[in-house]
Design a protein around this ligand. Structure first.
Ligand code: NAP
Length: 317
């Protein structure tokens, strides 16, 4: 049966893939977004409402008549314009508004190994929100991806970008910590499937291949035709190099907390794969384009020219 389904961030990365699949399945799709006016192929096809985190009544009104909420909303790192503490508070407001609006089910995107007690704000915040959702009484699925890859991703693209430009590649410490990337379309398929399920569950949304960070750099380098020597570097040195790259691109290439999260093996779990697309096969199909341009997180958050309320996805040389 077709339903009204709300997706946060339908003009964003995973949200747009989810929204497309919902539209194709015949659902009535609403998005809550920071980028209502974004020039996006989906913008004419779905109703967009601002998040209105500061006006919970308006947020609840926007969700009235919605049966399922798929929540991708989050911020990647702490920054002077946004931070994890605010994202946690905003998400709690969103859950509360959904409950008041009578939303029957929430599909919430978390991360592998969230932990409320972690000093890392990303993993702490995700742990806090998982608990809040479980305690809310709303039927839910929690999806825990490690890393998303596919057209428009940041991490895998920027590893390839660095491999194309540098004579060698440095991994933080021994580089033996692991990642289990899932293709963004496999992830979207999972989110849409869970939207029409019942009950509560938590799914480790990982792909079929597990790489050490070192092996990931070696594999991507080989596939794109830029095999580079991969060296261990002290984490501070790798982070400092990342700062330099970020400074050059007016971006955050990688944060200290992301390096720590990686090295703590937080992007790896012991669970069966939920996606089927292999990164190695996808990268081989995109070997000529992968990493040609740098993917900037902060450029994606900048308002588009002439519209202070929109932000754009931008890749730069
Ligand atoms: N990407 C990955 O590799 C990865 C890995 C593990 C877990 N996850 C989780 O997967 C979910 C979706 O990730 P995604 O990459 O698809 O996210 P995204 O499209 O970049 O953003 C998802 C939503 O969060 C909002 N948002 C993102 N950054 C923001 C900022 N700095 N300030 C205000 N709003 C911001 C977006 O706003 P707009 O509406 O303006 O677009 C959108 O509504 C997140 O919960 C993330 O934690 C992602």
């Amino acid at each position: 049966m077709n339903q009204r389904i709300a997706v946060t961030g339908a003009f964003g990365y995973s949200g747009s893939r989810i929204a497309r699949r919902l539209l194709k399945a015949g659902h009535d799709v609403l998005t809550l977004t920071n980028s209502s006016g974004r020039d996006h192929p989906l913008s004419g096809q779905i109703r967009a409402e601002p998040f209105n985190f500061d006006h919970p009544d308006k947020l609840a009104r926007a969700l009235e008549g919605t049966s399922v909420l798929i929540n991708t909303y989050w911020v990647r790192f702490d920054h002077r314009r946004f931070d994890h503490a605010t994202a946690v508070q905003n998400t709690l407001t969103l859950f509360e508004a959904a409950k008041r609006a009578g939303v029957a089910r929430i599909i919430h995107v978390s991360i592998t190994n969230p932990q409320e007690g972690s000093p890392l704000p990303y993993f702490h915040g995700k742990g806090r929100l998982e608990r809040a959702l479980r305690e809310s009484g709303i039927a839910h699925t929690i999806l825990r991806p490690a890393v998303l890859f596919g057209d428009g991703d940041i991490l895998i693209n920027n590893i390839a970008w660095a491999l194309r430009r540098l004579p060698c590649f440095g991994v933080f410490g021994d580089g033996e910590y692991k990642l289990q990337p899932i293709h963004v379309e496999d992830f979207a398929e999972l989110a849409v499937r869970e939207a029409t399920e019942n009950g509560n569950r938590t799914i480790e949304a990982i792909g079929p291949e597990t790489f050490t960070y070192r092996a990931l750099a070696q594999t991507v380098g080989r596939i794109i035709g830029c095999p580079r020597p991969v060296f261990s570097v002290p984490p501070w040195f790798g982070y400092a190099t990342g700062r330099l790259v970020g400074w050059w691109h007016h971006d955050e290439f990688i944060t200290r907390e992301e390096v720590t999260g990686l090295m703590e093996n937080r992007l790896c779990v012991d669970a069966p794969p939920a996606g089927h697309t292999k990164l190695t096969e996808w990268a081989a199909l995109h070997a000529t384009s992968l990493g040609r341009t740098y993917a900037s997180e902060l450029a994606r958050r900048r308002p588009a020219k002439g519209n202070p309320h929109t932000s754009r996805r931008v890749a730069s040389k």
